[in-house]
Design a protein around this ligand. Structure first.
Ligand code: GDP
Ligand code: IMO
Ligand code: MG
Length: 429
């Protein structure tokens, strides 16, 4: 399977980092294609525990090249810090990391604008405050600054002047905020140019050539399908495309170059930030899952909202991504529950709804229809073999496969790399 995508299938934080770290043992290239340092991917492997925001997690396997594609937005301060931290902890990135010259930069004024816009909204989105929305806004408005611009620092100045005149007017006149000094930003750009230079390259060509040579390329999704700018629960979404189309535009890939698409689901649901979340548990059960599972944001430390698995949302996620198989993470978190619920449909004005509504307002009016499952009597934590799972856990997994409509090829039973079950042959048998 030369090229496969590993995509967040819910609202992010499904455990993509853990899964890609496990799978990248066979990879030549691991590529990020969307989002920025709003992402937080946790891995626990023999080198330690790491929380990466921009560097693809595949770099822990020494044969891999990590690439950041044109569809991602890069805050150079975060990237440089992350590279330093990794090198200091023994991960040698020399010649093993490449950033597309076409990637847009997250600039200091973007995080200022992000926070001011959030504060001014009647209902905040609950962004990560990392400036991601404003960076993508500038890209679409064609006033963004790209990695390539750092390499021609003289030509950058008039473009930066224009962009900052525009943004400082908004910061001051619309929000009553403090303008960001142009000279400081320009000086920082000069420093970034020197620090980033060794990592800048033609990612799209490198990935294309690798595919022509039959190499294995893993596409590391960030965020999740239900946060997609088009397909998510708009306006409570991120500003990029974490879905499979985003992998094509975000890396210059052709659709027929992608051999498989894996959707990563948690065995329950979480969401950080605002927006519809029908199966949310605002009670002691939700609190218990949050504390047991440590459901606090990797990037912001915020408490994640927690709820039961939503198979209506999951089928929609399959519909927009065309998963060829599924990955289920965090099954072990449900080990100690006497009963587990699974949302199989919604009810809206007395009717049963099985298609995920496109409007956040309509979604808010739906109520979940649940199936109940008994808990299981022995733990799944750390299991590496499907047959060793308790019958109750296997029944839950099988029902998820039925409701979503695809086989579950991988089950994660703990945060560490080795706490993983590969079930493909068993499931497809
Ligand atoms: P990502 O953004 O999708 O990479 O996910 P995060 O790293 O933000 O959050 C997932 C969290 O779940 C991290 O703390 C992981 O260490 C942890 N994790 C991943 N898989 C499992 C699992 O199967 N069981 C448990 N208990 N934790 C897991
Ligand atoms: P990973 O890759 C979970 C959410 C934010 C907010 C919304 C918009 O770790 O799964 P933004 O800062 O992107 O403008 O915020 O999107 N969000 C995530 N939630 N995991 C992520 O990434 C997220 N990236 C953005 O919480 O609701
Ligand atoms: Mg995360």
């Amino acid at each position: 399977m030369p090229t496969y995508a590993v995509l967040g299938a819910q609202w992010g934080d499904e455990g993509k980092g853990k899964v890609v770290d496990f799978l990248a043992r066979d990879a030549d290239i691991v590529a990020r294609f969307s989002g920025g340092d709003n992402a937080g991917h946790t891995v626990m492997n023999p080198m330690g525990t790491f929380k990466l925001h921009l560097v693809p997690v595949g770099v822990f396997w020494p044969q891999t090249l990590g690439v950041i594609g044109n569809g991602a937005v890069v805050n150079p301060d975060v990237l440089i810090q992350e590279i330093d931290d990794l090198q200091r902890r023994g991960v040698d990135l020399d010649g093993r990391l490449m950033v597309s010259e076409r990637s847009h930069l997250v600039m200091p004024y973007h995080s200022v604008l992000d926070e001011l816009a959030e504060a001014a909204r009647s209902e905040a989105i609950g962004t990560t405050g990392r400036g991601i929305g404003p960076a993508y806004t500038d890209k679409a408005a064609r006033i963004g600054i790209r990695v390539a611009d750092l390499l021609d620092i003289e030509a950058l100045l008039p473009r930066l002047e224009d962009a900052m005149a525009h943004h400082n007017a908004i910061i001051e006149k619309v929000y009553g905020g403090e303008p960001v000094p142009l000279d400081k930003v320009y000086d920082r750009c000069k420093e970034w140019a020197a620090l980033m230079m060794p990592y800048v390259g033609s990612v799209e060509h490198v990935v294309y050539d690798a595919l022509q040579e039959g190499r294995v390329v893993v596409l590391e999704g960030a965020q999740g399908a239900l946060l997609d700018l088009d397909h998510g629960t708009y306006p409570f979404v991120t500003s990029s495309h974490p879905t499979i189309g985003g992998a094509c535009t975000g890396l210059g890939l052709l659709p027929n170059q992608i051999d498989a698409v894996m959707g990563v689901f948690k065995a329950y649901s979480t969401r950080v930030g605002s927006g519809p979340f029908l199966t949310e548990l605002k009670d002691a059960t939700g609190e218990r899952i949050r504390n047991l599972a440590g459901e606090f944001g990797t990037t912001t430390g915020r408490a994640r909202r927690v709820g039961w698995f939503d198979s209506v949302a999951a089928r929609y996620s399959l519909r927009v991504n065309g998963y060829t198989s599924l990955v289920l993470t965090r099954l072990d978190v449900l080990d100690s529950f006497d009963s587990i619920r699974l949302c199989s449909a919604y009810e809206l004005d007395g009717d049963i709804v099985t298609d995920f509504p496109g409007s956040a307002a309509v979604l808010e009016r739906c109520t979940p229809v649940y199936e109940d499952f008994p808990g299981w009597d022995s733990p799944t934590a750390g299991a590496t073999d499907f047959d060793s799972l308790p019958e109750g856990a296997r029944a839950y997994v099988r029902r998820l496969e039925e409701l979503i409509g695809r086989p579950i090829d991988i089950i994660s039973t703990g945060p560490h790399r080795h706490e993983t079950i590969e079930v493909r042959s068993m499931v497809s048998a």
